[in-house]
Design a protein around this ligand. Structure first.
Ligand code: PEP
Ligand code: MN
Length: 338
């Protein structure tokens, strides 16, 4: 059990909870990190009078089973955090943050061509992997620092914010030197060392949901980043593994409104990895915006059939432009700007 205190609670009010628990004869432990406060009840849950605790001053809520989400948690009246996407855009505010680009950065000329096209279609950010987390060790693993230089060049030419993945703790400084937003991929969502390392630097972090992770595990991963001092975390729903075979992953869109209930972190949806199927990307983008997503992450390639990775789910330049056009009525209905 965990008693979540209002962040404005005083030491005396926290001590009051401790006294109540002591009187009930249960062990407890005060947790206070980065301005977030709570009291963990250790064992003996049966002996705890939750009603008395819930009524104590400045108690936000009493969690009987779920893990506490403190740093990323939403208090009544809180708004979604608006986080910077480079210097020209943001995510979590009225304007939708559309992040688009190739799965892998393949060459300078191809990247610049794609960047110019997605910018022209209305994207505010360019994505592209140069350290790739591939399932097979025999697949292309990315161009590394050379690819980061091309991404920085694309930013110079277009003004787009650069989102790119960091795979290891030792790469964090290097990637942070070039990127505007550091992506932690699905395979690394459980890597608490990497989460802490990206939390120890100041660039925003785009955290992708592990494909086998529950929503609670996803939010707890965000807590690992935030507790190191970096509260600029963008959550990305990218689909989970289920028994389904007609899609690569099952896009769990219900987490979007659920995250909005629990957390202040902005959430983007990745319908490219979330379906693995090009033709499903546009309809799921519409659905994502309709259910409250703050942005989209979409794989775009000038020649998807020749892409070095994830071609089957990548849109070509014209398909991306058409998606952006058709998204407009959904953005309007959701009272968002595009
Ligand atoms: C990617 O964004 O290209 C990627 C590898 O995503 P994920 O970690 O969601 O599989
Ligand atoms: Mn990909």
């Amino acid at each position: 059990m965990f008693i979540v205190m209002n962040p404005r609670s005083t030491t005396e009010q926290v001590n009051h909870i401790v006294r109540l628990l002591d009187e009930m004869g249960v062990d407890n432990c005060v947790i206070e990190r980065a301005g977030r406060k709570g009291v963990e009840v250790l064992g003996a849950n049966g002996r705890v009078d939750c009603t008395a605790l819930g009524k104590a001053p400045m108690v936000d809520r009493v969690l009987e089973r779920a893990e506490p989400i403190l740093a990323a948690g939403r208090q009544p009246g809180d708004r979604t955090a608006e986080l910077p996407l480079g210097t020209n855009a943001s995510i979590g505010g009225p304007r939708l943050g559309i992040i688009a680009g190739p799965c892998s950065v393949e060459s300078k000329s191809r990247l610049l061509e794609i960047a110019a096209a997605v910018k022209d279609a209305g994207a505010v950010s360019l994505r592209g992997g140069t350290f790739k987390s591939r399932t097979s060790p025999y697949s292309f693993q990315g161009h590394g620092e050379r690819g980061l230089e091309w991404l920085a060049l694309a930013r110079e030419e277009t003004g787009l914010a650069v989102v790119t993945e960091v795979m290891r703790c030792e790469q964090v400084d290097l990637v942070a030197r070039y990127a505007d937003v550091l992506q932690v991929g699905s395979r690394n969502m459980h890597n608490t060392h990497l989460l802490a390392a990206v939390g120890g630097q100041s660039k925003p972090v785009l955290l992708k949901r592990g494909w086998g992770a529950s929503l609670e595990e996803f939010l707890l991963a965000a807590e690992y980043v935030m507790l190191e001092g970096n509260s600029n975390v963008i959550l990305c729903e990218r689909g989970i593994r289920t028994h389904e075979t007609y899609v690569r992953n099952t896009l769990a869109l219900a987490v979007v409104p659920q995250i909005k209930r629990i957390s202040t972190l902005p959430v983007v949806v990745d319908p490219s990895h979330g379906t693995g199927v090009r033709d499903l990307v546009a309809p799921m983008s519409n659905a994502a915006i309709a259910c409250g997503a703050d942005g989209l992450l979409i794989e775009v390639h000038h020649a998807p059939n020749e892409a070095w990775s994830d071609g089957a789910q990548s849109l070509d330049l014209e398909q991306f432009r058409s998606l952006m056009d058709r998204l407009k009525p959904f953005a309007k209905a959701a009272k968002r700007e595009l």
